[in-house]
Design a protein. Structure first.
Length: 111
């Protein structure tokens, strides 16, 4: 049922070189990220695990920064005059940074 390791590596390389960039150009960023991460996992398993652990360690810090930013944005929003269309809906846009594991590896470890 599973592909041999050589086929997995070839498929992962092809996905990283063809399908992930295609998804990016089509604006399918979630698919691009997933394809890149899966390819990274099969091409470089040790590095994949290292980056995944790094992100898990950093998650609480991201959550604190996001919560603090949301609080500051709410304070600014509440001080705006009523003439501005003020609502909390836009605060949902403050989320954890979304970067693929491969992108994190490239930025933090390879560069």
């Amino acid at each position: 049922p599973y592909l041999p390791i050589s086929h997995r590596a070839a498929t992962a390389r092809e996905t990283l070189q063809i399908f992930a960039p295609l998804a990016h150009r089509l604006g399918l960023w979630a698919y691009k990220t997933e394809l890149s991460d899966l390819s990274f996992k099969y091409l470089f398993p040790a590095e994949f695990m290292e980056v995944q652990e790094y992100i898990e360690r950093m998650a609480p810090q991201y959550e604190d920064v996001i919560a603090s930013s949301q609080d500051k944005a709410r304070a600014v929003s509440s001080s705006l005059p009523r003439s501005f269309a003020r609502h909390d809906g836009w605060l949902g846009a403050l989320q954890e940074p979304s970067r693929s594991l491969l992108g994190t590896f490239a930025a933090e470890y390879a560069g």
